[in-house]
Design a protein around this ligand. Structure first.
Ligand code: BGC
Length: 536
């Protein structure tokens, strides 16, 4: 089980309102108590923070906001002392516009080797004042920005699939490949156990940069019934990961690569985890599946079949720093497309129903064979911050979409540790880079620890049983897959989730091991509840 730490929002040791590496180190015991096997840290490298650190200006250092390289070394060592593995984020699709390479590219002439590290093109139209193609940025607006020469005259355009502060690298250039192999070595030598590879499906673009004509969905991959977009999931990316895999395999200790690739269908995603490529890939099809028995049955079955076909473990994820937290998402009417943020004036989810379903979904997920990824705060049942003032928003999506998309700030709010402390224990002061809602107190760790029935204890028990019964390495056998109830067995543990309205009976003689909510007086499983049991 891998726990995602979003460093800005986990724990703030110096009280400046932004979480930091010493803050994480000081809270590692929480993760041990919870039952985590590995942590994945979102980026902490020097960055202008145009996209919360996914705009990296130097791949071999730590931003002073988060600490120093010595703090990173200490965090890795202290995690290892506790038996926790450490995965860091690698952002190879783009650098920051503040990276030395991009500054050199701007200072150099069109056609120069410096420009050839990025995707620079002359503009279209008679004066070159139209973008080279029709691609739009994932965050909204055009995917191209025109640069000005030293004399102020308009020049070429550069590609950025995300923010203008994130110019895309040209992965056809051997210099880029050599540089990233060296960055990998830098962190492997410091002892990290692996890398989560950002936008792993985007590095290679179709050579002709053909027009796409479709609106750019946020990090959408290709669906089975549509042509593959020219910027995503091009076959050339796999050669890069094969080379990385050879490097990782030359290190001891089983270092891993995890693909963040928004690629559908599952068979295409499975190509990223063939035996000589990455070890795991995030399963976003699972994250996006509706809360119905047939939809969950279909996505679980497809995911297992696809990864089995290449001999890789399946992964499961319900929340991360890019999506509305599942305790809120699942409170929207079933079938609602996944919103990009929720704010004041938007249809609000049913909070109680959302939490009930989220607990059932998490318990279902944690019984599945494969690797489960948790996002900090979900073990507290934390909802999305849905009344964040728009002035406080920092995700570039909000501005670039012309305020059409709220963006991802609502899931990134600093998490509560102590109900009665300043910033709910996030740091020693009241400072918090995004405001925390007043109701955060009730979710604080110290309000839930040792409290029977709390979401924190639900996760703790689930993770303990998952480990004891070896569920992550188990095999799934379906027991039933109806329209309302799903049931399967993984080793000695049987699981039943009730998606319907009426209570569902347990098999006679079932011995209850764990449940996401109390059973009915008759011992049946109520609506939106998952139970783990041992069959008679
Ligand atoms: C990260 C996002 C980021 C984007 C661009 C993603 O997939 O998870 O947070 O905005 O890559 O780097």
């Amino acid at each position: 089980m891998i726990y995602q730490i979003y460093p800005r929002s986990f724990a703030d040791a110096n009280g400046d309102g932004i979480g930091d590496l010493p803050g994480i180190t000081a809270r590692l015991d929480h993760l041990v108590e919870l039952g985590v096997d590995a942590v994945w840290l979102s980026p902490f490298y020097p960055s202008p923070q145009a996209d919360a650190g996914y705009d990296v200006a130097d791949y071999r250092d730590v931003d002073p906001l988060f600490g120093t390289l010595a703090d990173a070394d200490r965090l890795i060592a202290e995690a290892h002392d506790r038996g926790l593995r450490v995965i860091v984020d690698l952002v190879p699709n783009h650098t920051s516009s503040a990276h030395r390479w991009f500054r050199e590219a701007l200072a150099a002439a069109p056609g120069s080797p410096e420009r050839a590290r990025y995707v620079f093109r002359d503009g279209g139209g008679p004066d070159g004042d139209e973008p080279p193609n029709d691609w739009t940025s994932v965050f909204g607006g055009p995917a191209w920005t025109r640069v000005t020469g030293p004399d102020g005259s308009p020049g070429q355009w550069y590609l950025h699939l995300f923010d203008p502060g994130q110019p895309d690298l040209n992965w056809d250039n051997p210099d880029i490949r050599a540089e990233f192999l060296d960055v990998l070595r830098f962190w492997l030598d410091r002892g990290v156990d692996g890398f989560r590879v950002d936008v792993a499906h985007g590095l290679i673009k179709q050579a002709d940069l053909a027009n796409w004509r479709e609106p750019q969905e946020i990090l959408s991959g290709n669906e089975a019934d549509r042509p593959r977009p020219p910027m995503w999931d091009q076959d050339g990316v796999h050669e890069i990961y094969r080379e990385w895999r050879r490097l990782l395999d030359s290190y001891d200790g089983g270092r891993v690569l995890v693909a963040e690739a928004w690629v559908e269908p599952a068979e295409r995603l499975a190509r990223y985890v063939r035996p000589d490529e990455m070890h795991q890939a995030f399963n976003f099809e699972y994250l996006q599946a509706s809360w119905t028995a047939p939809a969950q049955y279909a996505v679980i079955t497809r995911s297992l079949e696809a990864t089995d076909s290449v001999g890789a473990p399946t992964t499961w994820v319900l929340s991360n720093h890019d999506v509305v937290r599942h305790a809120s998402r699942l409170g929207l009417p079933v079938g609602t497309p996944r919103p990009n943020g929720i704010g004041i004036g938007d249809p609000q989810p049913d909070a109680a129903l959302g939490l009930r379903r989220a607990r059932a979904a998490s318990l279902l997920m944690l019984a599945l064979p494969g690797s489960a990824y948790l996002f900090q705060g979900e073990e507290l049942g934390l909802p999305e911050h849905m009344t964040l003032p728009d002035e406080a928003r920092q995700d570039p999506t909000w501005e670039r979409s012309g305020h059409a998309e709220r963006g991802r700030d609502g899931c990134r709010v600093p998490i509560p540790w102590e109900a009665d402390a300043p910033s709910y224990g996030f740091g020693p002061t009241d400072a918090s880079w995004l405001p925390q809602p007043p109701m955060w107190a009730e979710y604080a760790v110290d309000r839930q620890r040792e409290v029977p029935g709390s979401t924190y204890e639900l996760y703790r028990t689930a993770l303990r049983l998952r480990r004891e019964h070896g569920l992550g390495r188990g095999t799934l056998y379906w027991l039933s897959s109806g329209d309302e109830v799903l049931s399967f067995r993984n080793g000695e543990v049987s699981v039943l989730t009730n998606f319907g309205d009426a209570a569902a009976p347990l098999p006679a003689g079932a011995e209850l091991l764990h449940a996401s909510a109390p059973l009915t007086d008759e011992g049946a499983v109520p609506a939106d509840v998952t139970v783990w049991f041992r069959a008679a």
